[in-house]
Design a binder for this molecule. Structure first.
Ligand SMILES: [Zn+2]
Length: 442
């Protein structure tokens, strides 16, 4: 028998190529962080001698979710201010506390909380936009989650940076520091076209080309952003960015709601993806529109949660549930975005957006073992006729029991393996007090 690291045994293994509604029971052999073989339980049982045997009876075994747009270290701002317009929410509530609290220590703690929360929601990689990426990377490593850390680029001084040049050289330094790290990648994240001018957008693009990184930006989130761009640049946002060569590199557009057909044509042509953030858009009333034509143009779609300050949770299952229902309503068409399509968007679509579709996003031999196990022996879940339907319309994050990232178990039976959950909760309470005190005196 061949010695291997892990055998996930006898689960409903999701295979996007398989058209059955409930897949046959299978096992997955894992070695050196990668999927070595997927096969019938009896075949793999006699072939492999695993160091860890993970029974998956009555569980769905699927690729981890890809959170394609988030702000990890805003964890402690969850529920701080709600039910407000975007600019008022930002300028009166979020920016003042960020200005006062952002530090290496704060981000280390908040990132730890955020990474833990991601895993509880079955997210195995997230595409972040925030600051102090080095500290976020250390926290992600500690929890054991894969991270794409986009350091925010803005014209104005922010966090501990005097200007965008300092941020760009920091990204270069961090990219070098973490280049051999299995879990951590850096990205360049110009915040938005209204906070990052043409010169810094071009500098961001050039650095991304030089280092081979992806670019991550908020774009066309509100109607007024589009109107302002036309006033200032004589072009719509995607046309403006295209005119400065912004789409030379893989780009993740967060939100991307207000795009006309010419813009969609450009995105379909380039290595650009859209991260859909339905909860955040609905809650901030940033707007929402049908994206049926995005599908027709073949633009790669992925799912983001946005930060917990605007969502206010990190459930990808909730996002796909809301997104397909909203699109059905907007298009007056219940057949749009069927369940299997939504699951693919939230896994493989995200992997494509992050330029990692050869490594993650589906359960295939040779890909990284980023896998989640979901309980189905549950009153809320039974009976089952179609697993994809259940994932989108029935199951919630509480039923996600085990999470494996890079071949390592990071959550077992809903308990995090690498961090003490009680400590995280105590820390969150500590910062809540601090933030309340600050808000009372400002
Ligand atoms: Zn955002």
């Amino acid at each position: 028998m061949q010695k291997i690291d892990m055998l996930i045994e006898n689960g409903f293994v999701l295979d996007f190529e398989d058209n059955s509604e409930i897949p046959e029971l299978k096992s997955i052999a894992i070695q050196n962080g990668k999927i070595l073989e997927i096969g019938l339980p009896n075949d793999l049982k006699i072939k492999y001698d695993p160091e860890i045997l993970l029974p998956a009876d009555s569980k769905i075994v699927m690729p981890g979710f890809v959170n394609a747009h988030t702000h990890l270290s805003m964890s402690y701002f969850k529920g701080l201010a709600d039910d407000l317009p975007l600019m008022e929410w930002l300028s009166k509530h979020i920016w003042p506390v960020e200005n006062n609290f952002l530090s290496e220590e704060f981000v280390t703690d908040a990132a730890l909380h955020g990474c833990a929360e991601m895993i509880k929601n079955g997210i195995t990689i997230f595409n972040d936009m925030y600051f102090f990426g080095d500290q976020a990377a250390q926290s992600a490593e500690k929890v054991g989650i894969r991270a794409m850390l986009g350091e925010g680029v803005l014209d104005a001084p922010v966090a501990n940076y005097k200007n965008a040049d300092e941020i760009l050289s920091y990204i270069e330094k961090m990219n070098d520091k973490y280049k051999d790290n299995e879990l951590i990648d850096f990205a360049i994240a110009p915040h938005a076209i209204y906070t990052c001018g043409k010169e810094n957008l071009i500098k961001s693009t050039k650095l991304a080309s030089k280092l081979g990184l992806i670019v991550h930006i908020h774009l066309s989130e509100t109607r007024s952003e589009v109107e302002d761009c036309i006033k200032q640049n004589g072009k719509r946002p995607v046309e403006y960015l295209n005119s400065i060569g912004f789409f030379e590199n893989p780009v993740v557009i967060a939100h991307g709601i207000w795009l006309n057909e010419d813009e969609q044509n450009i995105l379909a042509d380039k290595k650009a993806s859209i991260a859909i953030n339905t909860s955040s858009n609905l809650k901030l009333a940033s707007g929402f529109d049908s994206f049926k034509s995005y599908l027709d143009y073949g633009i790669n779609l992925s799912i983001g949660t946005d930060g917990v300050a605007s969502n206010n949770n990190l459930s990808i299952l909730e996002e796909i549930n809301l997104t397909t229902k909203l699109q059905k309503a907007l298009n007056n068409d219940p057949t749009i975005l069927p369940a299997k399509e939504m699951i693919k968007i939230s896994t493989l679509g995200g992997a494509k957006a992050l330029n990692k579709e050869n490594e993650i996003g589906s359960l295939e031999v040779g890909k990284k073992a980023d896998i989640i196990l979901i309980e189905t022996d549950d009153i809320q879940v039974q009976p089952i006729y179609n697993l994809y339907s259940h994932l989108v319309y029935t199951i919630n994050s509480e039923q996600i029991k085990d999470v494996i990232i890079n071949g390592n178990i990071v959550m077992k039976d809903r308990k995090l393996v690498n961090v003490d959950e009680e400590e995280l909760i105590d820390k969150a309470k500590y910062y809540q007090k601090k933030i309340m005190e600050f808000n009372n005196i400002r």
